[in-house]
Design a protein around this ligand. Sequence first.
Ligand code: S3P
Length: 183
Amino acid sequence: MVSSEKTDESPRRRRHLWLVGMMGSGKSSVGLPLAERLGMKFIDTDAGIERDHTASIADLFATHGEPWFRLEEERAVAAIAADPEPAVVATGGGVVLSEMNREAMKATGVVVWLFADLATVIGRVGMGGDRPLIGRANPVASMDHLMVERHDVYLRAADARVSTIDRDVADVVAEVEALWRSS
Ligand code: S3P
């Protein structure tokens, strides 16, 4: 597919590089080497929430529920948005669901949507692992449902879309790096 499609043109401050996209789209695998190449700090919102609560995302969902987790995500995104040190941020797949998050990301940097098709993300995530939103009974159907439901939200949230289908990490890193340098 064609990659690096610009999805929005509005001007904004460019401090952070936010990576958004579905589970299995490659945000964490791409984010760390990308941060190294750009000499920026790397932040993973899920890892931060897990650290803050000394518990896994799966346990936090089970104990507190999804609405609580979404508030924690908003808190994490707001803290990063307020951080003056530039960062590459791998966000959880559902971060874009919050308008507050979408606005905070756009106001503080460039938002890149890492995109992959259903077969690719299922190939990476397998039976869902410990991802609470992927039903064990039918992981393909749950992933498909989330992808369809969220497509327009990712489109709205992002400045550019980069495909990770049939591409190795270095290739995607190079494309996002070029996007960042030209933005
Ligand atoms: C979620 C994605 C997960 C994690 C949580 C919810 C989602 O992160 O935040 O399980 O709503 O898509 P990854 O996208 O890093 O797997």
